[in-house]
Design a protein around this ligand. Structure first.
Ligand SMILES: NC(=O)c1ccc[n+]([C@@H]2O[C@H](COP(=O)([O-])OP(=O)(O)OC[C@H]3O[C@@H](n4cnc5c(N)ncnc54)[C@H](OP(=O)(O)O)[C@@H]3O)[C@@H](O)[C@H]2O)c1
Length: 272
């Protein structure tokens, strides 16, 4: 029941109306008997929105595009990852102080670890945008990582994390796909469209293929990888695991990720 003690959490971004986060987090509050609600806020003025979070005592936030980087300047403290990556997707209001975290990298790592070993593996990461940066930072600590990006400069900038950066070209794809154990698509290619960042002919059976794009659930890349016989991992697993980390930061509860996935899939059907 909503009453005077109900805590408020939310998502800020633009647009937010297709987000699955409200479905997932409200289901979790109910399941763990936590007196809280989660809403999506379509925000135009980020600075005023963050002031509002403090003024109203909103307990925590998720942050999505286009504000993951811009929000840093309005926060009181940053976690080590958020500072290194330069991007925040989770905010905790700790007694009036807003603390920024980034759970994208750990979310991707946990998604991968459900299906495969990661330590010491050779990882080819496509994309050096917000998500690519977070994944490069996290995986660089335990695997050998090559990052290819359309804008080569952004891939090279990630060399500060100890990865190797290069241009996303057909030649580099061919070279590094024959080297890699795991390939991750962190570009937006394939999101609600038929394109894939990898020509089917370059895929081979013993490759693990992880696409962080989760709409559609089976992207073109994942379908072709499945047809070739690769182990495939969809982006909903990352969405779930990064959300689980946010939930833990807010409430101290480590949620049931299988439950979260079931709720997200139900929510997805409702929104179609
Ligand atoms: N599963 C999850 O939990 C999760 C979490 C975060 C994001 N995502 C998804 O991951 C994707 C990337 O998100 P983001 O936040 O990193 O976005 P972003 O910061 O805008 O980065 C977009 C990335 O895609 C590349 N790209 C875009 N169009 C391309 C094209 N035509 N050819 C080659 N590369 C292209 C960009 O390359 P340039 O640098 O050259 O522009 C950049 O590397 C989105 O689809 C998003 O929905 C999923």
């Amino acid at each position: 029941m909503i009453n005077a003690k109900t805590r408020l959490y939310g998502l800020i971004g633009k647009p937010v109306e297709h987000s699955l986060s409200p479905v997932i987090h409200n289901a979790l509050f109910k399941r763990y008997n936590i007196n809280a609600v989660y809403l999506a806020f379509d925000v135009d003025d980020l600075e005023s929105a963050v002031k509002g979070v403090k003024a109203l005592g909103i307990s925590g936030l998720n942050v999505t595009m286009p504000y993951k980087e811009q929000i840093l300047e309005f926060l009181d403290e940053l976690s080590e990852e958020a500072r290194a990556i330069g991007s925040v997707n989770t905010v905790v209001n700790r007694e009036g102080k807003l603390i920024g975290y980034n759970t994208d990298g750990i979310g991707a790592l946990k998604a991968l670890k459900r299906f495969t070993e990661v330590e010491g593996k050779r990882v080819l990461l496509l994309g050096a945008g917000g998500a690519g940066k977070a994944i490069a930072y996290t995986l660089s600590r335990l695997a050998k990582v090559v990052v290819l990006n359309r804008t080569e400069r952004k891939a090279k900038e990630l060399e500060k994390f100890g990865v190797k950066g290069g241009k996303l070209s057909k030649e580099n794809l061919k070279r590094y796909l024959s080297w890699a154990d795991i390939v991750i698509n962190a570009t937006s290619l394939g999101m609600n469209e038929d394109r894939s960042p990898i020509p089917k002919g370059l895929l081979r059976e013993n490759l693990v293929v992880f696409d962080i794009v989760y709409s559609p659930l089976e992207t073109n890349l994942l379908r072709e990888a499945r047809e070739v016989g690769c182990l495939t991992i969809d982006g909903l697993w990352m969405l779930i695991h990064q959300g689980a980390e946010s939930f833990r930061l807010w409430t101290g509860v480590k949620p049931d990720v299988e439950f979260m996935r079931r709720e997200a899939l139900k929510g997805e059907k409702r929104s179609i």
